[in-house]
Design a protein around this ligand. Structure first.
Ligand code: SF4
Length: 428
């Protein structure tokens, strides 16, 4: 078959939600006579799909735009598009600084902006995506934006209020993903538990519809808000073997002073209660959380409370992030700031505690049988495959290295854990 007339390449930065937007932008170009290529030097159209969540992400966006601008000057490229959160947040201010950029597309208007500039027409409504590899595990975005007002976060000002997609839309895309070979479907939004509140439905109804109308053996949720993890949700996860018993609940802190400064609820008493409720109802569920260290005013006492909480909760997985003051957020002007060296020391201290907890939890799994999804052939010559259990999300969690066997990518198999390191496990 003859190729299409033009080519397009993308640099996808940031989170899984942004990656989905990038896959949709590529699908829009593919629908309009563009072949997708890996190498930007071979592309007529280059897209830099950016993140702007924290300072490092903004710097990464700028570096990528500059790199692609060089290719735009010297290579085949005739159109450089910048999309995503950096574009949405800064396009009015930075256009002059990047004269090589032809199109600045925002998070809501990218389809209209690109279609009108490149194809001189209105865009067609479409959920289609050009999927990044591997296809066996895919994210699906169930909503856009966020209606919370955490004082450190720029997302609501970039992505707007929480807007749920309809259940029907999500099911249609999910069925299409299954046909493409997806076996693990991961529901994402800024707050997955908020799903449906703006359109008269809820997450339970969405999950039940997905269970009924699709055949995914694994359905995983990410980014649950501690205020909205209800007993109804716990009961559904406990009773439904196709929903991964995996609770990814970014808590950000445990000190009431800091949580109040962050404008977050619930406060510590209810957070302790939530952890107890989950452990009582689903004793073998995986708990994941993340915390911000060095929020303005974080005292030694606040930090010690956090250490005690982490010893209490014994999260299976945990991430810590230094506070990043973001212009335009209430926390940007808050004082007193925590010294950078103290923040770094606290981050290291927490991760050292967590490393030990993780190792103990994984060592206790040695000898048990567990389901594993096969992700890829291993690069490590000592192993044949790499996969994950229901307790491991892709990218952020550990892996299972498998020594033998003959599997298809995306296959779900049962194997015995024979060893563990700090964050990974090993099987025959
Ligand atoms: S819930 Fe998450 S996305 Fe929403 S404001 Fe808070 S940190 Fe930002």
């Amino acid at each position: 078959m003859a190729g299409k007339a033009k080519t397009a390449a993308i640099q996808n930065l940031g989170c899984s939600k942004n990656q989905i937007d990038g896959e949709r932008i590529l699908a829009l170009l593919a629908d309009n006579e563009h072949d997708v290529v890996e190498d930007p030097a071979l592309a007529d159209v280059i897209i830099v799909n950016t993140c702007a969540f924290i300072k490092e992400a903004q710097e990464e966006a700028i570096d990528n735009i500059l790199e692609m601008a060089e290719i735009r000057k010297t290579g085949r490229c005739q159109t450089l598009i910048v999309s995503g959160c950096f574009s949405e947040r800064y396009r009015d201010k930075v256009t002059k600084e990047f004269p090589e950029v032809d199109i600045w597309a925002g998070v809501d208007d990218w389809a209209a902006v690109i279609s009108s500039a490149l194809f001189k027409k209105d865009p067609q409504e479409s959920f289609k995506r050009i999927l990044a590899e591997p296809t066996s595990t895919q994210y699906i975005k169930i909503a856009e934006g966020c209606s919370h007002k955490c004082s450190f976060c720029v997302i609501p000002s970039i992505r707007g209020k929480f807007k749920s997609r309809s259940v029907r839309d999500i099911i249609t895309e999910a069925q299409w993903l299954y046909e493409q070979g997806t076996r693990e479907l991961i529901l994402v939004a800024q707050d997955t538990t908020f799903y449906g509140r703006d359109i008269g439905t809820n997450l339970i109804h969405l999950l039940e519809s997905l269970l009924k109308q699709t055949n995914f053996p694994w359905i995983r949720m990410m980014y649950l808000h501690p205020q909205l993890v209800t007993d109804e949700l716990l009961n559904l996860v406990a009773s439904e073997p196709r929903i991964c018993p995996y609770f990814d609940i970014p808590l950000q802190h445990i000190s009431d002073t800091i949580l109040t400064g962050m404008n977050r609820r619930p406060l510590s008493k209810d957070i302790y209660g939530l952890i107890e409720r989950i452990k009582r109802k689903l004793p073998s569920a995986t708990l994941r959380s993340s915390f911000i260290i060095g929020f303005p005013g974080e005292s030694k006492d606040d930090f010690n409370r956090l250490k005690d909480f982490i010893e209490f909760a014994r999260f299976d997985k945990m991430g810590v992030f230094p506070f990043s003051p973001e212009e335009g957020t209430p926390a940007y002007d808050m004082r007193p700031k925590t010294r950078v060296d103290i923040v770094q020391k606290r981050c290291e201290e927490l991760m050292a505690i967590q490393q030990e907890i993780s190792r103990e939890i994984l060592e206790a799994k040695i000898g048990t049988q567990t389901q594993i999804i096969i992700d890829r052939i291993s690069d490590d010559p000592d192993f044949n495959y790499e996969g994950r259990t229901m307790g491991d999300a892709p990218e952020v969690d550990g892996r299972v290295f498998i020594q033998s066997g003959n599997f298809e990518i995306g296959q779900i198999t049962t194997a015995k854990i024979i060893g563990a390191s700090d964050y990974d496990m090993f099987c025959y």
